[in-house]
Ligand binder design. Structure first.
Ligand code: CP3
Length: 353
Protein backbone atom coordinates (compact mmCIF):
# COMPACT_ATOMS: atom_id res chain seq x y z
CA UNK A 1 0.00 0.00 0.00
CA UNK A 2 1.30 3.43 -0.80
CA UNK A 3 1.58 5.98 1.96
CA UNK A 4 -0.97 8.79 1.75
CA UNK A 5 0.52 11.76 -0.07
CA UNK A 6 1.82 14.42 2.25
CA UNK A 7 2.75 11.95 4.99
CA UNK A 8 6.27 12.76 6.15
CA UNK A 9 8.91 10.04 5.82
CA UNK A 10 10.40 8.81 9.08
CA UNK A 11 12.95 11.37 10.26
CA UNK A 12 16.60 10.36 10.67
CA UNK A 13 17.82 12.95 13.20
CA UNK A 14 17.79 11.77 16.83
CA UNK A 15 15.90 14.89 17.95
CA UNK A 16 13.00 14.52 15.50
CA UNK A 17 12.87 10.76 16.11
CA UNK A 18 12.63 11.29 19.87
CA UNK A 19 9.87 13.86 19.27
CA UNK A 20 7.86 10.96 17.80
CA UNK A 21 8.90 8.38 20.42
CA UNK A 22 10.93 6.50 17.80
CA UNK A 23 14.12 4.69 18.91
CA UNK A 24 17.37 6.69 18.52
CA UNK A 25 21.05 5.72 18.37
CA UNK A 26 21.79 8.23 21.14
CA UNK A 27 19.74 10.52 23.37
CA UNK A 28 19.45 13.88 21.59
CA UNK A 29 20.38 16.96 23.57
CA UNK A 30 19.87 20.69 23.21
CA UNK A 31 19.63 23.32 25.96
CA UNK A 32 17.23 26.17 26.71
CA UNK A 33 19.15 29.44 26.10
CA UNK A 34 21.95 27.48 24.46
CA UNK A 35 22.79 30.66 22.55
CA UNK A 36 23.38 33.59 24.83
CA UNK A 37 25.49 35.41 27.31
CA UNK A 38 27.51 32.48 28.70
CA UNK A 39 29.17 32.23 25.26
CA UNK A 40 32.09 34.64 24.64
CA UNK A 41 31.33 34.72 20.90
CA UNK A 42 27.76 35.89 21.71
CA UNK A 43 28.99 38.58 24.12
CA UNK A 44 31.39 39.81 21.43
CA UNK A 45 28.51 40.29 18.98
CA UNK A 46 26.37 41.95 21.68
CA UNK A 47 29.06 44.60 22.16
CA UNK A 48 28.33 45.84 18.66
CA UNK A 49 24.58 45.10 18.34
CA UNK A 50 21.53 45.39 20.60
CA UNK A 51 19.45 42.29 21.32
CA UNK A 52 16.67 43.55 19.02
CA UNK A 53 19.20 44.25 16.24
CA UNK A 54 20.38 40.63 16.45
CA UNK A 55 16.78 39.40 16.37
CA UNK A 56 15.86 41.59 13.38
CA UNK A 57 18.82 40.56 11.25
CA UNK A 58 18.42 37.11 9.63
CA UNK A 59 22.19 36.76 9.12
CA UNK A 60 23.17 37.75 12.68
CA UNK A 61 20.38 35.71 14.29
CA UNK A 62 21.40 32.67 12.24
CA UNK A 63 25.04 33.20 13.22
CA UNK A 64 24.14 33.30 16.94
CA UNK A 65 21.90 30.21 16.61
CA UNK A 66 24.77 28.26 15.04
CA UNK A 67 27.33 29.14 17.74
CA UNK A 68 26.38 26.35 20.23
CA UNK A 69 25.70 23.84 17.44
CA UNK A 70 29.18 24.36 15.98
CA UNK A 71 30.90 24.54 19.37
CA UNK A 72 29.29 21.57 21.17
CA UNK A 73 27.43 19.42 18.61
CA UNK A 74 23.92 20.16 19.87
CA UNK A 75 21.26 17.93 18.27
CA UNK A 76 19.02 20.87 17.38
CA UNK A 77 19.37 24.59 16.70
CA UNK A 78 16.82 26.93 18.23
CA UNK A 79 16.44 30.08 16.20
CA UNK A 80 17.85 33.08 18.04
CA UNK A 81 14.98 35.41 18.86
CA UNK A 82 12.85 36.23 21.90
CA UNK A 83 9.23 35.67 22.84
CA UNK A 84 8.46 39.40 23.09
CA UNK A 85 9.16 40.98 19.64
CA UNK A 86 5.78 39.82 18.21
CA UNK A 87 4.17 42.23 20.69
CA UNK A 88 5.72 45.13 18.76
CA UNK A 89 3.61 44.34 15.71
CA UNK A 90 0.52 44.47 17.94
CA UNK A 91 1.35 48.04 18.95
CA UNK A 92 3.41 47.67 22.13
CA UNK A 93 6.69 49.56 22.42
CA UNK A 94 9.40 47.14 23.51
CA UNK A 95 12.94 47.81 24.67
CA UNK A 96 15.53 45.65 26.42
CA UNK A 97 17.15 47.78 29.09
CA UNK A 98 20.68 46.76 30.08
CA UNK A 99 20.67 44.92 33.39
CA UNK A 100 16.92 45.40 33.74
CA UNK A 101 15.33 43.11 31.17
CA UNK A 102 12.41 43.87 28.88
CA UNK A 103 10.43 47.09 29.21
CA UNK A 104 7.15 48.03 27.49
CA UNK A 105 6.54 51.77 27.64
CA UNK A 106 2.81 51.64 26.78
CA UNK A 107 1.49 48.66 28.74
CA UNK A 108 -2.16 47.64 28.75
CA UNK A 109 -4.04 49.44 31.52
CA UNK A 110 -7.65 49.64 30.37
CA UNK A 111 -10.01 47.44 28.39
CA UNK A 112 -9.81 49.98 25.52
CA UNK A 113 -6.07 49.28 25.21
CA UNK A 114 -6.94 45.67 24.38
CA UNK A 115 -9.25 46.75 21.59
CA UNK A 116 -6.54 48.94 20.06
CA UNK A 117 -4.09 46.03 19.72
CA UNK A 118 -3.50 44.91 16.14
CA UNK A 119 -3.13 41.34 14.87
CA UNK A 120 -0.92 41.75 11.78
CA UNK A 121 0.50 38.66 10.05
CA UNK A 122 3.95 37.44 11.13
CA UNK A 123 5.17 37.61 7.56
CA UNK A 124 4.91 41.42 7.88
CA UNK A 125 6.24 41.85 11.41
CA UNK A 126 8.70 39.01 12.11
CA UNK A 127 10.66 38.83 8.85
CA UNK A 128 14.00 38.74 10.69
CA UNK A 129 13.20 35.53 12.56
CA UNK A 130 11.49 33.91 9.57
CA UNK A 131 14.52 34.77 7.43
CA UNK A 132 16.89 33.38 10.07
CA UNK A 133 14.96 30.07 10.07
CA UNK A 134 15.27 29.80 6.30
CA UNK A 135 19.04 30.45 6.47
CA UNK A 136 19.49 27.94 9.30
CA UNK A 137 17.56 25.25 7.49
CA UNK A 138 19.75 25.67 4.42
CA UNK A 139 22.95 25.66 6.50
CA UNK A 140 22.02 22.66 8.66
CA UNK A 141 20.28 20.39 6.12
CA UNK A 142 23.49 18.54 5.17
CA UNK A 143 24.33 17.96 8.85
CA UNK A 144 20.82 16.63 9.60
CA UNK A 145 20.44 19.09 12.48
CA UNK A 146 16.82 20.24 12.86
CA UNK A 147 15.77 23.85 13.45
CA UNK A 148 13.38 24.74 16.27
CA UNK A 149 11.10 27.77 16.04
CA UNK A 150 9.29 29.11 19.08
CA UNK A 151 6.78 31.54 20.53
CA UNK A 152 5.40 32.57 23.90
CA UNK A 153 2.09 31.26 25.26
CA UNK A 154 -0.79 33.72 25.74
CA UNK A 155 -0.62 34.11 29.54
CA UNK A 156 3.14 34.72 29.56
CA UNK A 157 2.86 37.35 26.81
CA UNK A 158 -0.18 38.97 28.45
CA UNK A 159 1.83 39.30 31.67
CA UNK A 160 4.54 41.34 29.91
CA UNK A 161 1.93 43.40 28.04
CA UNK A 162 0.14 44.30 31.28
CA UNK A 163 3.04 44.55 33.75
CA UNK A 164 5.21 46.45 31.25
CA UNK A 165 8.11 44.14 32.08
CA UNK A 166 9.08 41.23 34.30
CA UNK A 167 7.17 40.71 37.53
CA UNK A 168 7.49 38.70 40.73
CA UNK A 169 3.86 38.65 41.85
CA UNK A 170 1.93 39.29 38.61
CA UNK A 171 -0.34 41.58 40.61
CA UNK A 172 -1.42 43.83 37.72
CA UNK A 173 -1.97 40.86 35.42
CA UNK A 174 -4.12 39.02 37.95
CA UNK A 175 -6.03 42.19 38.90
CA UNK A 176 -6.89 42.73 35.22
CA UNK A 177 -7.79 39.06 34.71
CA UNK A 178 -10.13 39.03 37.71
CA UNK A 179 -11.66 42.50 37.21
CA UNK A 180 -12.10 42.49 33.43
CA UNK A 181 -12.78 38.87 32.44
CA UNK A 182 -14.30 39.81 29.09
CA UNK A 183 -11.35 42.01 28.09
CA UNK A 184 -8.98 39.30 29.38
CA UNK A 185 -10.63 36.84 26.96
CA UNK A 186 -10.29 39.29 24.09
CA UNK A 187 -6.63 39.92 24.95
CA UNK A 188 -5.76 36.22 25.12
CA UNK A 189 -7.80 35.63 21.97
CA UNK A 190 -5.74 38.22 20.09
CA UNK A 191 -2.52 36.73 21.42
CA UNK A 192 -3.62 33.27 20.25
CA UNK A 193 -4.34 34.66 16.77
CA UNK A 194 -0.93 36.33 16.53
CA UNK A 195 1.08 33.47 18.04
CA UNK A 196 -0.64 30.72 16.04
CA UNK A 197 -0.02 32.64 12.83
CA UNK A 198 3.60 33.24 13.84
CA UNK A 199 4.23 29.56 14.68
CA UNK A 200 2.66 28.41 11.41
CA UNK A 201 4.78 30.95 9.53
CA UNK A 202 7.92 29.58 11.24
CA UNK A 203 7.03 26.06 10.09
CA UNK A 204 6.51 27.36 6.53
CA UNK A 205 9.86 29.12 6.70
CA UNK A 206 11.49 25.77 7.48
CA UNK A 207 11.29 25.05 11.22
CA UNK A 208 11.29 21.27 11.85
CA UNK A 209 9.73 21.62 15.31
CA UNK A 210 8.08 24.37 17.36
CA UNK A 211 8.25 25.13 21.07
CA UNK A 212 5.72 27.15 23.03
CA UNK A 213 7.10 28.79 26.18
CA UNK A 214 4.56 29.23 28.97
CA UNK A 215 7.04 30.55 31.47
CA UNK A 216 4.81 32.28 33.96
CA UNK A 217 1.26 30.87 34.14
CA UNK A 218 2.39 28.17 36.58
CA UNK A 219 4.27 30.67 38.71
CA UNK A 220 1.30 33.04 38.88
CA UNK A 221 -1.81 30.89 39.09
CA UNK A 222 -3.32 28.06 41.10
CA UNK A 223 -5.00 25.21 39.28
CA UNK A 224 -8.55 26.54 39.26
CA UNK A 225 -7.51 29.89 37.79
CA UNK A 226 -5.24 28.13 35.30
CA UNK A 227 -8.14 25.97 34.12
CA UNK A 228 -10.52 28.92 33.86
CA UNK A 229 -8.36 31.75 32.52
CA UNK A 230 -5.49 30.07 30.64
CA UNK A 231 -6.19 26.48 29.58
CA UNK A 232 -8.96 27.26 27.03
CA UNK A 233 -6.65 29.70 25.23
CA UNK A 234 -3.70 27.30 25.30
CA UNK A 235 -5.96 24.57 23.90
CA UNK A 236 -7.04 26.85 21.07
CA UNK A 237 -3.41 27.74 20.30
CA UNK A 238 -2.26 24.10 20.16
CA UNK A 239 -5.29 23.08 18.11
CA UNK A 240 -4.41 25.74 15.51
CA UNK A 241 -0.69 24.95 15.46
CA UNK A 242 -1.35 21.23 14.78
CA UNK A 243 -1.85 22.27 11.16
CA UNK A 244 1.90 22.95 10.90
CA UNK A 245 2.47 19.19 10.68
CA UNK A 246 5.67 19.36 12.77
CA UNK A 247 6.21 18.29 16.41
CA UNK A 248 5.13 20.93 18.91
CA UNK A 249 6.76 21.11 22.34
CA UNK A 250 4.74 22.57 25.21
CA UNK A 251 7.01 23.94 27.93
CA UNK A 252 5.21 25.21 31.03
CA UNK A 253 7.29 26.26 33.99
CA UNK A 254 6.17 25.74 37.59
CA UNK A 255 3.11 23.63 36.87
CA UNK A 256 4.00 20.68 39.11
CA UNK A 257 0.72 21.17 41.01
CA UNK A 258 -1.23 20.58 37.77
CA UNK A 259 1.23 19.16 35.26
CA UNK A 260 -1.30 16.85 33.68
CA UNK A 261 -3.80 19.68 33.16
CA UNK A 262 -1.11 21.82 31.53
CA UNK A 263 0.13 18.97 29.30
CA UNK A 264 -3.45 18.12 28.30
CA UNK A 265 -3.77 21.54 26.64
CA UNK A 266 -2.02 20.01 23.61
CA UNK A 267 1.26 19.78 21.79
CA UNK A 268 3.19 16.59 21.15
CA UNK A 269 6.28 16.73 23.37
CA UNK A 270 6.02 17.85 27.01
CA UNK A 271 8.89 20.06 28.17
CA UNK A 272 9.51 19.44 31.89
CA UNK A 273 10.93 21.97 34.30
CA UNK A 274 13.42 20.79 36.95
CA UNK A 275 11.08 20.61 39.92
CA UNK A 276 10.00 16.96 39.75
CA UNK A 277 12.25 13.95 39.14
CA UNK A 278 11.98 13.08 35.44
CA UNK A 279 10.42 9.63 35.94
CA UNK A 280 7.70 10.95 38.22
CA UNK A 281 6.85 13.82 35.86
CA UNK A 282 6.90 11.48 32.85
CA UNK A 283 4.54 9.05 34.58
CA UNK A 284 2.16 11.92 35.30
CA UNK A 285 1.99 13.10 31.68
CA UNK A 286 1.92 9.48 30.47
CA UNK A 287 4.79 7.38 29.10
CA UNK A 288 3.10 7.39 25.71
CA UNK A 289 4.05 11.07 25.28
CA UNK A 290 7.62 12.16 24.50
CA UNK A 291 9.24 14.44 27.07
CA UNK A 292 12.06 16.97 27.10
CA UNK A 293 14.14 17.82 30.15
CA UNK A 294 14.89 18.23 32.93
CA UNK A 295 18.29 18.96 34.50
CA UNK A 296 18.34 21.93 36.90
CA UNK A 297 20.40 24.54 35.00
CA UNK A 298 22.14 25.38 38.30
CA UNK A 299 23.79 21.94 38.09
CA UNK A 300 26.03 23.43 35.39
CA UNK A 301 27.48 25.74 38.06
CA UNK A 302 28.68 22.72 40.09
CA UNK A 303 31.99 20.85 39.82
CA UNK A 304 32.04 18.18 37.10
CA UNK A 305 31.63 15.25 39.54
CA UNK A 306 28.35 16.69 40.83
CA UNK A 307 27.17 17.75 37.36
CA UNK A 308 27.92 14.30 35.95
CA UNK A 309 26.04 12.66 38.81
CA UNK A 310 22.98 14.78 38.06
CA UNK A 311 23.12 14.18 34.30
CA UNK A 312 23.31 10.44 35.01
CA UNK A 313 20.37 10.74 37.38
CA UNK A 314 18.19 12.27 34.62
CA UNK A 315 19.34 9.62 32.12
CA UNK A 316 18.74 6.86 34.68
CA UNK A 317 15.20 8.06 35.26
CA UNK A 318 14.58 8.20 31.49
CA UNK A 319 15.73 4.55 31.56
CA UNK A 320 16.34 4.32 27.83
CA UNK A 321 12.64 4.68 26.97
CA UNK A 322 12.13 6.09 23.48
CA UNK A 323 10.88 9.67 23.45
CA UNK A 324 13.39 11.47 25.68
CA UNK A 325 15.07 14.71 24.57
CA UNK A 326 17.73 15.71 27.10
CA UNK A 327 17.54 19.37 28.11
CA UNK A 328 17.68 21.67 31.10
CA UNK A 329 14.48 22.42 33.02
CA UNK A 330 14.88 26.20 32.47
CA UNK A 331 17.33 28.48 30.65
CA UNK A 332 21.10 28.38 31.16
CA UNK A 333 22.28 31.29 33.29
CA UNK A 334 24.98 33.70 32.05
CA UNK A 335 27.53 32.43 34.63
CA UNK A 336 27.45 28.90 33.13
CA UNK A 337 31.01 27.71 32.40
CA UNK A 338 31.38 26.94 28.68
CA UNK A 339 33.42 23.85 29.52
CA UNK A 340 30.51 22.33 31.46
CA UNK A 341 28.21 22.72 28.45
CA UNK A 342 30.79 20.96 26.27
CA UNK A 343 31.21 18.11 28.76
CA UNK A 344 27.44 17.75 29.28
CA UNK A 345 26.72 17.26 25.57
CA UNK A 346 29.64 14.83 25.12
CA UNK A 347 28.61 12.89 28.22
CA UNK A 348 24.94 12.51 27.20
CA UNK A 349 26.05 11.28 23.78
CA UNK A 350 28.64 8.84 25.18
CA UNK A 351 26.43 7.42 27.90
CA UNK A 352 23.49 6.78 25.58
CA UNK A 353 25.22 5.63 22.37
O1 CP3 B 1 19.09 30.05 22.75
C1 CP3 B 1 17.87 30.20 22.95
O2 CP3 B 1 17.24 29.58 23.83
C2 CP3 B 1 17.08 31.13 22.02
C3 CP3 B 1 16.90 32.45 22.46
C4 CP3 B 1 15.85 32.90 23.47
C5 CP3 B 1 15.94 34.19 24.07
N1 CP3 B 1 14.82 34.39 24.80
C6 CP3 B 1 17.05 35.15 23.87
C7 CP3 B 1 17.32 36.15 24.92
C8 CP3 B 1 14.66 32.31 23.90
C9 CP3 B 1 14.09 30.94 23.61
C10 CP3 B 1 14.02 33.27 24.76
C11 CP3 B 1 12.70 33.05 25.38
C12 CP3 B 1 12.22 33.97 26.44
N2 CP3 B 1 12.40 35.31 26.53
C13 CP3 B 1 11.39 33.57 27.51
C14 CP3 B 1 10.85 32.18 27.73
C15 CP3 B 1 11.84 31.25 28.32
C16 CP3 B 1 12.14 31.45 29.75
O3 CP3 B 1 13.29 31.82 30.04
O4 CP3 B 1 11.24 31.23 30.57
C17 CP3 B 1 11.12 34.71 28.29
C18 CP3 B 1 10.29 34.76 29.55
C19 CP3 B 1 11.76 35.81 27.65
C20 CP3 B 1 11.71 37.23 28.06
C21 CP3 B 1 13.03 37.82 28.30
N3 CP3 B 1 14.01 38.01 27.34
C22 CP3 B 1 13.54 38.31 29.53
C23 CP3 B 1 12.79 38.29 30.86
C24 CP3 B 1 14.83 38.80 29.29
C25 CP3 B 1 15.73 39.52 30.24
C26 CP3 B 1 16.30 38.65 31.24
C27 CP3 B 1 17.61 38.10 30.79
O5 CP3 B 1 17.77 36.86 30.79
O6 CP3 B 1 18.45 38.93 30.46
C28 CP3 B 1 15.12 38.56 27.91
C29 CP3 B 1 16.37 38.87 27.20
C30 CP3 B 1 17.03 37.79 26.41
N4 CP3 B 1 16.42 36.99 25.50
C31 CP3 B 1 18.42 37.46 26.40
C32 CP3 B 1 18.61 36.44 25.47
C33 CP3 B 1 19.89 35.76 25.07
C34 CP3 B 1 19.50 38.14 27.23
C35 CP3 B 1 19.67 39.50 26.71
C36 CP3 B 1 21.01 39.98 26.24
O7 CP3 B 1 21.71 39.41 25.40
O8 CP3 B 1 21.31 41.09 26.72
Amino acid sequence: MTAPTGEAAEPTSPFLRACRSLPTDRTPVWLLRQAGRYLPEYRALRERHSLLDLVRSPELAAEVSLQPVDAFGMDAAIVFSDILPPLVGMGLELEFVKGDGPRISNPIERTRDVDLLGTPPAEETMQGTLGAIALLRRELESRDVPVIGFAGAPFTLASYAIEGGSSKDFARTKAFMLSEPAAWKRLLGKLVTVQADYLLAQARAGAHALQVFDSWAGRALGREDYLRYVAPHNRELFAKVCAAGVPVIIFSLGVSAYLRDAADCGGDVVGLDWQLPLDEAWERVGFDRPVQGNLDPAALLAPWRELRFRIDDVLGRAAGRPGHVFNVGHGLVPQTPVENVRRLVAHVHERTA
